[in-house]
Design a protein around this ligand. Sequence first.
Ligand SMILES: Nc1ncnc2c1ncn2[C@@H]1O[C@H](COP(=O)(O)OP(=O)(O)OP(=O)(O)O)[C@@H](O)[C@H]1O
Ligand SMILES: O=C(O)[C@@H](O)C(=O)CO
Length: 418
Amino acid sequence: MAILGVIADDFTGATDIAGMLVKGGMRTIQTIGVPAKGTIPDDVDAVVVALKTRSIPAADAVAQSLDALKALQDAGCVRFFFKYCSTFDSTDAGNIGPVGDALLDALKAKQAIYCPAFPVNGRTTFFGHLFVGDLLLSDSHMKHHPLTPMTDASLVRVLARQTPHKVGLVALKQVQSGSAVLRAALDRLAADDVRHVVVDAVADTDLGIIGEAIGDDVLVTGGSGVALGLPAAYRRRGLLAHRAGAGALPKVEGACAVVAGSCSAATLGQIATFKGPHLALDTDAICRGEDVAGKALDWAKDKLGSGPILLSASDKPEKVKALQAKYGVEASSQAIEKTMAGLARGLVAAGVGRLVVAGGETSGAVVSALDVTALRIGPEIDPGVPWTASVGAKPILLALKSGNFGAPDFFTKAFDRP
Ligand SMILES: Nc1ncnc2c1ncn2[C@@H]1O[C@H](COP(=O)(O)OP(=O)(O)OP(=O)(O)O)[C@@H](O)[C@H]1O
Ligand SMILES: O=C(O)[C@@H](O)C(=O)CO
């Protein structure tokens, strides 16, 4: 029976935390949207509900998150986690504060921590300030994000603009003094009605300390990093058994392909590094409404079976801006997502059994087109990106890669793994 229920605000973020839980020995399933009653299998320790609530109006994000909470409670979960981006993607209108408040109210809990740190991927927090690599969040690429530009690195300030309740901080020195000191600091803040607490972390050892300190908290919020310490903390509390082979996936035959719709610097680097057959799609023709997917599938069919192939819409920022100026942001991204979804469907029909998808929105479109309702989580390819298997009669293996994650050779090495 599942003990931990995770509510994730996007698809690739959901697989990111699911992979972290599997690494900690928790058998984990990810559902695409809120699962219907009675659909969660008994042989899992964690359920991650993948929502798409990061950039929608706060009231809708709250409503969907509460629906997910109810489904997770019905599935037997006793601990809950609200997963958002390791770069704290949100605006002054939400959605991190409003969803955090709503979950605390629903769970009748007094306090939650906020910890987006994910050191292995360069996200650290110090005195409540979020760093991306060696840059403050507000100096990083995130200042230009089209939907959630992050122009303030102080998470205490950012969160305070999203909630009417008190926001506090536990700084690194107290974290590194150990879980008992950290717990005492959190309790002191709770006694002072500080409901939301940003907690610093710069290394995995800090995340282990945090996990132990919050092992009894009914709600935890953060990036996937802070989930690193939770399985051990739950085991120490007798909530979770020791397991071997938590990330076992079914063996899937079939050809290998990558579809990339992310235009992030990391994805552009991975495309440049890829050595196999590559088709760069004509995105202007896609926006003009031409059947680009059909032609691309004809190209792909000849090449399937002798190593991975790559089909990409991705382009450099100037080119993306130009296309958006010509056709509109919404219309161009929708047209491209629809094409990538059609491509993925066609590739699977043509015999692809292992598919890497780059980009969160792109992954959402692909997973819907493939009628996937749930994913079993398997071994990690690179930090934040595990292989997954679709649940159903004819499973396929999917790796949903967050735009910013993965080493330059990701698109090749992914297929060496499962
Ligand atoms: N050449 C292009 N020009 C304009 N838009 C594009 C182009 N290629 C892809 N897109 C669109 O850009 C968006 C990329 O978003 P997506 O979430 O897939 O990637 P990301 O933002 O890098 O990933 P993540 O959300 O995981 O960080 C999609 O809507 C996609 O259709
Ligand atoms: O936390 C992250 O950076 C990722 O899991 C993510 O949320 C990608 O959108």
